[in-house]
Design a protein around this ligand. Sequence first.
Ligand SMILES: Cc1cc2nc3c(=O)[nH]c(=O)nc-3n(C[C@H](O)[C@H](O)[C@H](O)COP(=O)(O)OP(=O)(O)OC[C@H]3O[C@@H](n4cnc5c(N)ncnc54)[C@H](O)[C@@H]3O)c2cc1C
Length: 468
Amino acid sequence: MRSLIWFRNDLRVDDNPALSNCCVISEEVIAVYFLTESQWEQHNDSKAKKSFWLRSLVCLEKELQKLNIPLLIIETENYDSIYASLLKLMQQYDCKSLYFNNEYPVNELKRDRYIYKSFKEIGFGVFNYHDQVIHPPGSLKTKAGGNFSVYSPFKRKWFEELTEEQLALFDIPSPKNKVNIESSDVEKISKKFASKIDDLWPVGEEYIKSKVTDFLSTKGHLYKDDRNFPAIDGCSKISPYLNSGIVSPKWCILEAKKYNQNLLDEGDRGIVHWVSEILWREFYRHIIYNFPKVSMNRPFLDYTENLEWSKNIEHLQRWKDGKTGIPIVDAGIREMLNTGWMHNRLRMIVAMFLSKNLLIDWREGEKFFMEHLIDGDIASNNGGWQWSASTGTDAAPYFRIMNPETQSIKFDPQGEYIKKWIPELSQCPISEIHMPVDPLKYGYYQPIVDLKKSRQAAIEAFGNLRKD
Ligand SMILES: Cc1cc2nc3c(=O)[nH]c(=O)nc-3n(C[C@H](O)[C@H](O)[C@H](O)COP(=O)(O)OP(=O)(O)OC[C@H]3O[C@@H](n4cnc5c(N)ncnc54)[C@H](O)[C@@H]3O)c2cc1C
């Protein structure tokens, strides 16, 4: 029997349930990936991320070749047009079944449910799997039978319900029978998408696995302390690889276990904390699945819809350009503009600054992050933004606003991170690096807002909202 495997954000051969199951059942397998540029535009996917996907597909094609599976890259308009393209492929190549791993944002769910139902009606086999999470979204319930909207009880339940079986890896399949179909010229297609930061983000399953192992063995035990200091290379930087599925979260969790005496929720405090961050990622996947409104541009807390956001275009532009005059905020934005990635502490600081001190709608920031991050991910990005803006699940209370200057003093005490990204301040003494007395003297900027007054204004704006 011949089957079709549809790759999406699961660009790997190891621990890939759809690929593995497809190969067990089928003698011959063909792989497909849809290049949907206008859909990507609609989702604000960054140039760096698109290039990362295409470069990863070059690696995937080589791995699939070893399994005698050709990879076809099909350019199609958007998600709506995928159905017709898939159907054509199934008929043209006489495939009996379709395999894929699940995605949870609302457009992807709609697309997959339609294809699932229609293909079943036609008589095809359709098989889908959860590879981005350990517990399928919707499967973990509160005592009252509802869905979790707070992380800590979610995490407790995650561990309570965990079985050994759920952590079993899917091996790389054995080679299939050869088929007389040529793979697309992935290398050539990939070149069209090249971005200027490609060198910063090498691709490949082996590359990222050795990076994770190296991180866990040398820095894992320090993670809980170092992860908040952006001048320290203290976190794993695996987010782009996890989000594109170059490595599975399950593989990462099992690797963490190896470096923590086979334990997950106790033992080495650094590694335990790292695992709990991977569970935050899973938590936000459950959130977008269980509360689809959050991936439809709506806040989790409905009443915050009534907040009167500032329409100050100049403030927004200065924030986007990394020219707000608040050094730590500008450093964070500039790190993202230059590398496609931003340290988590900075993501929180710049997001709170935009949504609280500037009182600008968090959706502006969410979109801007997606346009520039190589790890831009609908679930985690939305979760992070709604947390920072106090509009989301388990969000920061609106009156607990991070002061960027205090954050800077605490987490970048020597101003190393600031100096790295703001060369204008290279001669500024440490005593005033967090808020220069005369910024213009360095060719830097006056702060666009007063931190105390803008904080107070945000507290009042949120405090005045009616909750009914
Ligand atoms: C406003 C805002 C926007 C964000 N946008 C994104 C995004 O688009 N894509 C994205 O992957 N993460 C996002 N995050 C979460 C977090 O900042 C990144 O996952 C993390 O910085 C990635 O770096 P790392 O791989 O070194 O993480 P590590 O600290 O090494 O953590 C390991 C992994 O755990 C997961 N993780 C860590 N922190 C979080 C978190 N707070 N929420 C969800 N998962 C987490 C990530 O998959 C990460 O790769 C956002 C956070 C905020 C506050």
